[in-house]
Design a protein around this ligand. Structure first.
Ligand code: 13P
Length: 275
């Protein structure tokens, strides 16, 4: 998926999922658009849904019963250890991100290597992070520090990962002020790294900067907060207008249209300059 995107100058959308309903909304809309999709599952979201096995079976069952024909990647978002990634792979996930970016590079490499070895033997792709992408995700906050070209090259060469998420100014959650992405280093990475790059913290980055990031080698963009915002806004409105509502299916479902509308806009933005 990502190599095709890299070669043709677009980015594959990674949407984080939180529950059955969101997964259905995303799959339905991406099938309508006939675009491949990456369903991202953080450890917190997996726990919330009952664990990696539940999520894996839920997604594979939905693909079957909804007659989904587009490529769907089920991906661990920010797996924090070898054991977490192993559990997800054993449960049927098709891709994992090992995020050992809070450790010094040497330790990051050691942990990432272990995951790559287990994953590649099973045909599973691996994303890893270099530098550290901060902000707020899964109720955990941390401070960012940018990746260097040298560290990104070392991480790739030592581990043979399939995709790399370099911290270059984006953050998870809402930005305080303008996002300040280091396009110079991003473009240098594009020239030196043979693998696709991933942009985390896709929410709140202006369209122009998204385009520029794609032209600098970004082939996967992660979106979480943005869908949460449009969904909760729509649900809040529904509840205000329907004070007597109590059926959870109606309440949760009142955010469906907003999510699907935003997905269409995001996908069209990510593919604007597709060759
Ligand atoms: P946002 O929540 O900022 O969209 O970031 C999502 C993300 O990067 C998931 O890994």
């Amino acid at each position: 998926m990502l190599n095709d995107a890299k070669n043709k100058g677009y980015a594959v959308a990674h949407f984080n999922i939180n529950n059955l309903e969101w997964t259905m909304y995303i799959l339905e809309q991406m099938e309508k658009l006939k675009r491949p999709v990456i369903l991202g599952v953080s450890e917190g979201a997996a726990r919330y849904m009952g664990g990696f096995l539940v999520v894996s079976k839920m997604v594979s069952s939905l693909i079957e019963t909804m007659h989904i024909t587009i490529p769907v990647c089920l991906h661990v978002d920010h797996g924090s250890s070898f054991l977490v990634c192993k559990e997800a792979i054993d449960a049927g996930f098709t891709s994992v991100m090992i995020d050992a970016s809070k450790y010094p590079l040497e330790e990051n490499i050691k942990i990432t290597k272990e995951v790559v070895s287990y994953a590649h033997e099973r045909g599973i792709s691996v994303e890893a992070e270099v530098g550290h992408i901060g902000g707020s995700e899964d109720n955990v906050s941390s401070t960012s520090f940018n990746a260097t070209l040298e560290d990104a090259m070392t991480l790739y060469q030592e581990t043979q990962i399939d995709a790399i998420a370099p911290a270059l100014g984006s953050v998870h959650g809402l930005y305080k002020g303008e996002p300040n992405l280091d396009f110079k280093v991003m473009d240098e990475m594009r020239q030196h790294l043979p693998i696709p790059m991933v942009l985390h913290g896709g929410t709140g980055i202006e369209e122009m900067k998204i385009q520029k990031a794609i032209s600098c080698g970004i082939a996967k963009i992660n979106i979480n907060t943005e869908l949460q915002i449009v969904w909760s806004k729509a649900v809040r409105k529904f509840l205000e207008e329907n004070k007597e509502a109590y059926d959870p299916r109606k309440i949760i479902g009142s955010g469906k249209e907003a999510i699907q509308k935003r997905i269409t806009e995001i996908v069209s933005l990510f593919e604007q300059n597709r060759k």
